[in-house]
Design a binder for this molecule. Structure first.
Ligand SMILES: Cc1cc2nc3c(=O)[nH]c(=O)nc-3n(C[C@H](O)[C@H](O)[C@H](O)COP(=O)(O)OP(=O)(O)OC[C@H]3O[C@@H](n4cnc5c(N)ncnc54)[C@H](O)[C@@H]3O)c2cc1C
Length: 545
């Protein structure tokens, strides 16, 4: 676990580049940061994305973004938005950061609209707002059920238009580079398959979530926890990693991607049923199908155990056909492609890993414990969600704290000299560039390890956990991690697996430490909340080991 760099590299054999602000990630957090930093036109901002610029959890977001935009029309207020968030946060929300998010969120969303984001509007041209579970007012801006796609489009277009933002999709960040404890850029595998050192005055991590550690997840393929693992190796303080939110309703069809079925469907009247037709949620919670996400997820698992089925059914029979077409066009189309007509048939669903509440601990300006390194979005942890996240607050968090990080990085970069790269060793050996090759794990079967890892996390560090399973998972992960983490791989797939192993270990370790149940973290061996011992964030860093 204590390896500093995943790839051994010879600094004299790799290409080098300088930039002012390096942003790793092109989702809502990364691009908001880049646009804010690029406000200083003297600075160059370099954005990396390991896949295309658009491929991100941001693009996959369906429901919308929460902000109090038209309080006079709805009776909503910033205080109400804060209160709703605190009510689900299970006692550990960082209220000052939450105040910043709700207040500045209004201005940031207005800017998103000015950038050209087309949210749905009514016939009078006013923003259409919906209400989601645990929000006490309609305050969710949306664009059908493809809100994230629209936001990502607008942000990518805006970034590409800025002369001082340079985007490099297809560039994989392997590790953060540091000198004397300060981050000075990143080692990457670039678009042409070569190792490259990017030296930066300031670096912003915006690499998103970790859902792909789990067998069942709503997350896109880029969500493999690279940022958390990189930050850990660079010595940053991480926080609250045990809090993984599971989404109760994901399309469950063998062989199909686990497409998220938004809870707005239950908001519109959709009902969860067993195969035999029993509307079971009223047995578990007074709000029945509108109970909080964690309660619905656990109830579905309970029903699956009871019935021996591997799924339950979401019945849209009570929703008018026109309403389904208007509100859920993407789900309608996607389900059709799998032969399900959701107007007439129920959707097979089950829970899956959705959102990482914890992450790299930051201050309100995105600063981490490592000088020169900032973080924003799902990879970061500002503490605004406490131990449970209110739907539609994560896009807002990425937008607000992404912007703040970019502004802060630009401010700091403007006053700093170029970072001093690592010294070149004196040598006379072959100076051909270091290339990325497909080492495919050597004698290791990486595919097998990957699928074992995902199953382990799903069954032992999933919706319900207990000390015995967590300890055995940790032991298993330590064994699995020992060899692959020490090995010197030379390809993106293997580095990704190394990151996934390391992040899984950190999540499991954190879940074992929190011997209570709070928010999304449910321990069957400690089913109650223990405020005396755990009403706080739990941090972890490399220095602890
Ligand atoms: C299906 C789904 C629906 C959702 N619906 C909503 C919703 O309605 N409302 C809401 O508020 N939230 C929603 N969420 C959560 C929300 O979308 C995410 O939390 C948020 O978009 C994260 O944004 P981000 O910028 O932090 O990361 P992302 O948008 O995931 O972007 C991560 C970026 O990092 C890059 N990256 C990662 N690793 C590397 C690396 N090693 N090198 C280089 N680049 C790297 C990726 O290429 C990508 O560009 C949803 C999530 C999912 C999966």
């Amino acid at each position: 676990m204590n390896r500093r760099y995943l790839a051994d590299f010879d600094i004299s054999r790799i290409s080098h580049r300088f930039t002012d602000v390096l942003v790793i990630g092109s989702g809502i957090a990364g691009l908001s940061a880049a646009l804010a930093a690029a406000g200083n036109e003297e600075l160059e901002v370099l954005v990396l994305a390991k896949s295309s610029l658009e491929e991100s959890a941001t693009r996959w977001a369906q429901g919308g973004i929460a902000a109090v935009m038209v309080a006079e029309r709805t009776g909503d207020s910033l205080e109400a938005h804060m209160r709703d968030t605190i009510d689900v946060a299970a006692g550990i929300a960082e209220e000052e950061n939450l105040r910043i998010m709700t207040t500045e969120g209004v201005e940031r969303v207005r800017e998103l609209v000015e950038l050209g984001t087309n949210f749905d509007r009514n016939t009078e041209g006013e923003l259409q707002l919906t209400r989601e579970g645990a929000h006490s007012f309609p305050r969710i801006l949306h664009r059908g059920d493809t809100t994230g796609q629209e936001i990502a489009r607008a942000l990518v277009e805006a970034a590409l238009k800025k002369n001082n933002i340079l985007c490099r999709p297809g560039t994989f960040a392997i590790d953060l580079l540091d000198r004397e404890g300060s981050c000075i850029g990143a080692l990457v595998a670039n678009e042409t398959g070569q190792l490259e050192a990017i030296w930066a005055r300031q670096t912003i991590l915006a690499t998103g979530g970790i859902g792909r550690l789990y067998r069942e997840t709503t997350n896109p393929s880029v969500a493999t926890g690279d940022g958390l693992a990189m930050a850990f190796r660079a010595g940053a303080r991480l926080m609250d990693l045990e809090f993984i939110q599971f989404h109760p309703t994901t399309l469950y069809l063998a062989g199909a991607d686990r497409f998220l079925i938004t809870e707005a469907i239950r908001g519109e009247g959709g009902v969860l049923r067993t195969q035999a037709g029993d509307a079971f949620m009223k047995r578990f919670h007074e709000l029945a199908d509108l109970a909080p996400r964690d309660v619905v997820s656990r109830s579905i698992l309970e029903i699956m155990k009871e019935t021996g089925e591997n799924k339950v059914w979401l019945d849209l029979g009570a929703i008018a056909e026109d309403r389904i077409r208007e509100r859920f066009p993407r789900i309608l189309e996607l389900s059709r492609s799998f032969g399900i007509d959701i107007i007439r048939e129920p959707i097979p669903v089950r829970p899956s890993a959705h959102y990482s509440i914890g992450g790299v601990s930051t201050d309100p300006n995105g600063r981490t414990s490592v000088p020169g390194l900032l973080a924003a979005g799902e990879v970061a942890c500002t503490g605004v969600h406490g131990a449970n996240r209110l739907g539609s607050n994560s896009l807002l968090e990425g937008l607000v704290f992404g912007h703040r990080s970019g502004r802060e990085a630009a401010r700091a970069a403007a006053g700093l000299p170029r970072p001093e790269p690592f010294p070149l060793p004196k040598q006379d050996k072959d100076l051909s560039p270091e290339v990325v090759t497909n080492t495919s794990g050597g004698e290791l079967d990486l595919d097998d390890l990957l699928s074992s890892l995902k199953s382990l996390l799903w069954y032992k560090v999933g919706v319900e956990r207990n000390g015995r399973d967590l300890s055995s998972a940790l032991e298993q992960l330590s064994t699995w991690t020992a060899y692959p983490l020490a090995a010197d791989f030379r390809d993106v797939e293997s580095w990704t697996l190394q990151n996934m192993l390391q992040t899984s270990w950190l999540v499991t370790y954190s879940a074992l430490r929190r011997a209570e149940s709070r928010g999304v973290h449910y321990r069957t061996d400690h089913p109650d909340r223990d405020d005396l011992n755990f009403s706080r964030h739990l941090a972890i860093s490399r220095a602890d080991f």
